[in-house]
Design a protein around this ligand. Structure first.
Ligand SMILES: O=C(O)CCC(=O)C(=O)O
Ligand SMILES: [Fe+2]
Length: 336
């Protein structure tokens, strides 16, 4: 295990503190730090098949158009799912990143044609303090994904833009000022093959549209933290809006807690109460975001416009788009 003392650090400029190295490969590290994510091949075809079998065997009762296995209340079930996924993801990730573990693993599933399956732009829950180690989140589809069946969309560079704690139980988020952010110039669709993984900084803004295909969209979502570093959960104090209470929890706690409310008193075993933390609401404008992305050299890529063209072609071929129509049916379909 790499301890805090021996974990390699990346020297930065004198004005900025050094940061711990996450990836073995310097190019991946650089990419991850600047964009907030990378996409890499992670699982072999056999591993994807084994995970699909594991998913089928778990016999999910899909009660929502977008379903996360962490919302199941059966502890043994959650444990089985988490262990079954981590068994594949951990060894594969350990070839890429230095001494991290999965502290939570879920299936994230979109029902075929599910009209309520859209996942709005969000930052995943914050599992570490804002300064210090970085939580590495992994999203890996077990089926090829594109804009038709609800691929992930990300906002490159957003992980270092907002200073925001995403508290369990929710708190006001600064990106709510971009109401139509899914369609905005900032989001990039990630068209991926089964077995590829999007490895992202836990602060990266992301979203996904509903699954308009005829097939279930199954993916895996794992939260990875450095070995020996416990997760920290934050709860917003609405009466003192800059204040968040904090608890430090063992990985076991994730098998029991309610993903909407987190840990609640009386706290179960494995929960330690820490000092509260202050984090002011970061009210920044869309222009600030544009400047930030320009500074990072992250002008919007062609990826989305290219995939939008592919989508149009697919719809035309499937007969759902008539080119004689003046109206943009794609846009209409997307509104809920
Ligand atoms: O699977 C998806 O489409 C999005 C999942 C996600 O972002 C989440 O569960 O936090
Ligand atoms: Fe997410």
């Amino acid at each position: 295990m790499v301890s805090e003392a021996t974990r390699p650090v990346i020297a930065k400029s004198q004005s900025q503190p050094a940061v711990e190295q996450i990836f073995f490969d310097a190019h991946l590290e650089q990419e991850f730090r600047s964009r907030g994510y990378i996409v890499v091949p992670l699982l072999s075809a056999d591993e994807v098949r084994a995970l699909r079998d594991h998913f089928e065997a778990a016999k999910l009762e899909l009660t929502k158009d977008f379903f996360v296995t962490a919302s199941n209340t059966d502890r043994e079930y959650r444990k089985r799912v988490a262990e079954g996924i981590s068994r594949f993801i951990e060894p594969a990730m350990q070839k890429l990143i230095i001494d991290y573990r999965c502290c939570q693993s879920h299936y994230v599933v979109k029902q075929a044609g599910g009209v309520n399956g859209r996942v709005p732009v969000h930052q995943d829950y914050t599992f570490l303090d804002p300064e210090g180690f970085t939580a590495v989140h992994v999203w890996a589809p077990l089926i090829d994904v594109d804009e038709m069946n609800g691929c992930l969309q990300v906002m490159p560079g957003s992980h270092t833009f907002f200073k925001h704690i995403s508290a369990i139980g929710s708190n006001p988020h600064p990106y709510c000022c971009y109401p139509n952010v899914n369609d905005s110039e900032f989001m990039v669709s990630q068209i991926m093959k089964a077995g590829q993984a999007l490895i992202y900084d836990g602060r990266l803004l992301h979203s996904s549209e509903r699954n308009n295909s005829q097939t279930l969209r199954v993916a895996i979502n794992c939260i990875m933290l450095p070995s020996g570093v416990k997760a920290r959960l934050h709860k917003w104090q609405s009466e003192t809006p800059q204040l968040f209470t904090r608890t430090e929890v063992s990985d076991e706690v994730f098998l029991n807690f309610d993903i909407e409310s987190g840990v609640v008193e009386p706290y179960p075993q494995g929960v330690e109460v820490l000092e509260p933390i202050v984090c002011a609401y970061d009210n920044r404008s869309v222009d600030d975001l544009r400047i930030h992305m320009e500074q990072l050299g992250l002008k919007r890529s062609n990826a989305r416009s290219f995939s939008a063209v592919c989508q149009t072609i697919r719809e035309f071929v499937s007969g759902s788009l008539c080119l004689n129509k003046k109206k943009d049916t794609r846009r209409e379909n997307r509104q809920e």
